[in-house]
Design a protein. Structure first.
Lengths: 113, 112
């Protein structure tokens, strides 16, 4: 069966450091992968999308890599700030015409000042 | 900005009660979804709809039904609530041809 696994433990880092989150998947060939941010008591908010033929995407302090051979995506938050504290979800989509995303359980990041 | 509004943020219901969760989006999106989110399990798809009066089962439809009578509104119905349906319910929508879901703020349901 399809499986999406994210860092199982919460991530605690010092302000200014880089947070690196992993998303591994099995039995899946996604057309693209997305990362969402979720704050407590709120719905997820889209951050970045990377397609299967792309290796890396950047947006401000965020960077996503996508390795379809390893079946893994890495999500980096550089120069982290306390405001980056949240839960980060990865989501996979089987094709560009299919909107049914499959989500990982999320990784909670806490940035200490 | 697209808005997805879930009218009930917190609900407490008794076992056996019928529960309606309402979701309204204001950007003419064709596609709408209901997920539930539980700790350690992530978001799991309950039902989705690609058009008015159209619905399809997701991964965990048992115990739920949906209604989409108007394009902007997608309702989730628990015919007879049970304690294992205590969860956070998230509604989302997306325009056909786009790839990014817009989520509502969620409805936290507790069934006693």
């Amino acid at each position: 069966s399809q499986k999406i696994e994210q860092n199982s433990e919460a991530l605690n880092i010092q302000e200014g450091k880089t947070a690196t989150l992993t998303c591994n998947y099995t039995n899946y060939s996604p057309a693209y992968l997305q990362w969402y941010r979720q704050d407590p008591g709120r719905g997820p908010v889209f951050l970045l999308l990377i397609r299967e033929n792309e290796k890396e995407k950047r947006k401000e302090r965020l960077k996503v890599t996508f390795d379809t051979t390893l079946k893994q995506s890495l999500f980096h938050i550089t120069a982290s700030q306390p405001a980056d504290s949240a839960t980060y979800l990865c989501a996979l989509c089987p094709s560009s015409n299919d909107y049914k995303l499959s989500f990982g359980a999320g990784t909670t990041v806490t940035v200490r000042a | 900005d697209v808005k997805v509004t879930q009218s009930s943020r917190y609900l407490v219901k008794r076992t056996g009660e019928k529960v309606f969760l309402e979701c309204v989006q204001d950007m003419d999106h064709e596609n709408m979804f209901w997920y539930r989110q539980d700790p350690g399990l992530g978001l799991r798809l309950i039902y989705f709809s690609y058009d008015v009066k159209m619905k399809e089962k997701g991964d965990i439809p048992e115990g739920y039904s949906v209604s989409r009578e108007k394009k902007e509104r997608f309702s989730l119905i628990l015919e007879s609530a049970s304690t294992n349906q205590t969860s956070m319910y998230l509604c989302a929508s997306v325009f056909s041809g786009a790839n990014v879901l817009t989520f509502g703020a969620g409805s936290r349901l507790t069934v006693l």
